[in-house]
Every structure is written in structure tokens, then in C-alpha cells.
Design a protein around this ligand. Sequence first.
Ligand SMILES: [Zn+2]
Length: 243
Amino acid sequence: MFEERIAIVAAHPDDETIGLGGQLASMRGVFVIHATDGAPRRRPDWKIYKQQRREELLRAMALAGIPEDRCLEIGMPDQQAAHHLVELTCHLSRIFDELKPSKIFTHPYEGGHPDHDATCFAVHHAATAAIWEFSSYHRNLLTGEIETACFLSPITPARIVDLTTDQLARKQQMLACFATQQETLHWFHPERECLRRAPDYDFTQPPHHPPLFYDAYNWGLTNQEWLRLARQAESRIGKCLSL
Ligand SMILES: [Zn+2]
């Protein structure tokens, strides 16, 4: 029997749970694909940390009924995905060719984290099916603070899902699996998940007037560098995809 496949493409282990954790257990045919291993290489213990993040992910996914063989990892170093846009896109393209997903979920292009934007870029260039988005985080344009559980731009209408008590309880258990990420997980509102069809993006322009959220952090690059890398990748990517 034909099984519909859904590809969830996230930058880091935990992004999928933040974005869709309450709904994962009721989705069928899910494959979770991570662009990075979640371990910044400036950490002296990055090899152990990478292993911890993988184990946390597998425990969380098991709670949603997603087995290890459906948790695929491309394995870019954390904070480096934007420096490998062509490679990331080609790798994803090969995964999509094999899985033939009918629906793909990923991050919006919002300047929250450079790895999120890089993952979004690669999905949009490699996708062979409809792209949907789960909310992540970005800079609130009025306050400059982080904003979560909503999208930056209202270009496309969003579907807001208020989780049931059971869904929320499972999501809380899943989030608790990410022991190494507890400090940042308090930024989020687990009771609410937002989805929408992905709009078209121009990745060679900033997602909003700078500064972006990640410009305030040492997360691998600035928006100026992103623009240069995105333009360079767009000029090279057609060749890679036609191979
Ligand atoms: Zn992330």
C-alpha cells in the first residue's frame, strides 16, 4: 500500500519539536531530516555534545512514534550551514529524490538563526513537493526582542493550532528530552504551533530591515555575509541540481 511521506527538515535537533512537537505523533509517514548535528565546532567537547544531541533527539522522536531509521542527519557543523548552501541543497535534493515526500515542512526565512535560513534556502531550492512552514523565532521589529510561536511576515495566512491537553503533555515530555537545550527552550510557547504554506522568498535580500535577530549573537555569520553567500550559491546551484 502506498504510504504518504512527510519530510520535516529542521536545522537543529529540537527545532522540529519546538515547531511541530504536539502534532508529530498524529502525523503518518514522517521522516525528520536535520541539516546540522547541533554541535558548534568551537566547543572543545563538540564530539560528545553532538552525540548527546542525537540521543536527545532520538528519545524525543520515540515519544512521538518516530523510529531512529526515520531520523536522517545531513551532519553539517552547527552554525556552518550557510557556508555550505550548495552542498546542503544537493544533499537534500538526493534525499527528496529517494523519499519522494508529498509534503515538506521547514523553517521560515526570518533571520532568527543563520542555520534556519540556510535550511530554508536549501529546501526551497531542492523541493519537489509543496513546502509548509513551522514557526521558529525572529526579531520583533518593534521591541527588538525575540518573538516565537508566530511568523514574521503575514504574507501568507497561518493556521494556529492550540494543542490539546494530551498533545501538550507529550510535547512537554519531548522537550524535556533535550537536556542540553533547556536554557533556550524557555523562549518558546509550547502550547501553540503555527503552520502555513511557505511563501516565495528572495534569499538575496534580508528577510526584514537589519539588524536581524542573529546579528546580536556570535552564531557564525552576519546578515551581510549571508547575502554574499546566498548570491554566490544561487549562481552555482543550477549546475549541482542538474547533475
Ligand atoms: Zn534551531
